[in-house]
Design a protein around this ligand. Structure first.
Ligand SMILES: *[C@@H]1O[C@H](CO)[C@@H](O)[C@H](O)[C@H]1NC(C)=O
Ligand SMILES: *[C@@H]1O[C@H](CO)[C@@H](O)[C@H](O)[C@H]1NC(C)=O
Length: 318
């Protein structure tokens, strides 16, 4: 028989052990939830909340890029490629197969599957959220180009109509993701998060460079219906993004004013960058203003008729 004191100690120990084991079970359950499955293979489950938020935010753009590139290249989107990755989100509005040269379709197909990979990479690291409602309709792109050119276009601009239009529409998208990754990088706390982000940024900026190079080659080509050169259109799109981002110049077309190219030497500007040719950065607030087309992260619209998802974007919408 133990003394009352030792019995009390034993009871405390039992309580502590039970408590510990209950906590361990809770943690097991926690880790068994979808994004935590295979805990040791998913270091993201140990990320601080701020890293989780910063890695989840770009899912919005990666979903958008996936849907636009896959629909354009293949005539179907994420639902037909891996429905699991949609997380049950609604189908995108207005996706369609684009009329492309075999070469541009080949490139677009690669972009499509690169984006699918990015979705997997992010979702293997953080829980994420289902695909938000996306508007990738010709009408939405048409509105953006009209806004950029400050003109009513007849016939309306259609990104799915030919390769040049598709490339111009593509000019609109990965660059925004690129600036977001540059902006997020210094805010990340863990090496795991920074490693993922660098991987995403590298490919995102490569996509942007390919798009810009293909457009640069066609810089002086005039869009038949509108009489405006391709390089001029890119400058207008960049001006529009600068206006919507509301934080000065972080975006430049394919040709810039004398003194504004790399080292102030060239007017050709195949890759955008600041006076040291470093990539520009944007905050989630700036990015939301741009992709909503409203210049305001609290006013959704544009590509995201019901707003973007994740804690950062939702925080602006309450
Ligand atoms: C989708 O998820 C289900 C259930 O987890 C799984 O059985 C299936 O293989 C997944 N499909 C793909 C294409 O990954
Ligand atoms: C857009 O066009 C209208 C009418 O043509 C003009 O009044 C306005 O100043 C233009 N806006 C910009 C930003 O150029």
């Amino acid at each position: 028989m133990g003394s009352p004191a030792s019995t009390a100690v034993a009871a405390v120990v039992v309580v502590l052990l039970c408590g510990a084991s209950a906590r361990a079970q809770d943690m097991d359950k926690e880790w068994a939830r979808p994004p935590y499955r295979g805990f040791f293979g998913a270091p993201g489950s140990m990320l601080p909340q701020s890293d989780v938020d910063l890695l989840e935010f770009p899912l919005n753009l990666e979903y958008l890029e996936t849907e636009f590139f896959c629909w354009s290249a293949l005539g179907y989107g994420l639902d037909a490629i891996d429905a699991n990755l949609t997380g049950g989100g609604p189908p995108s509005i207005g996706g369609q197969s684009a009329s492309l040269t075999p070469f541009v379709r080949d490139v677009a197909t690669q972009f499509c599957y690169q984006e699918v990979g990015h979705l997997r990479a992010i979702k293997q690291t953080v829980r994420g959220f289902p695909r938000p409602l996306l508007d990738i309709s010709a009408a939405n792109f048409g509105k953006i180009i009209e806004q950029a050119l400050n003109a009513t276009l007849d016939p309306p601009f259609n990104p799915y109509e030919n390769s040049v239009n598709f490339l111009i529409a593509s000019y609109i998208i990965p660059y925004v993701g690129l600036t977001g990754y540059v902006g997020a990088n210094p805010k990340l706390l863990t090496p795991q998060a920074r490693k993922l982000l660098a991987g995403l940024l590298g490919v995102e900026s490569a996509q942007d460079a390919v798009i810009r190079t293909l457009l640069y080659e066609r810089g002086m080509t005039r869009l038949a219906s509108y009489g405006v050169g391709v390089a001029e259109v890119t400058a207008h799109i960049s001006d529009l993004r600068n206006a919507l981002g509301r934080r000065g110049v972080k975006d430049e077309g394919l040709v810039v004013a004398p003194g504004q190219g790399p080292e102030g030497v060239t007017v050709g500007n195949v890759i955008a960058g600041d006076h040291l040719s470093l990539a520009y950065d944007r905050t989630p607030e700036e990015i939301l203003g741009i992709v909503y087309g409203t210049g305001n992260p609290t006013q959704h619209g544009g590509f995201f008729p019901q707003g973007a998802d994740g804690r950062i974007a939702r925080g602006f919408l309450v």
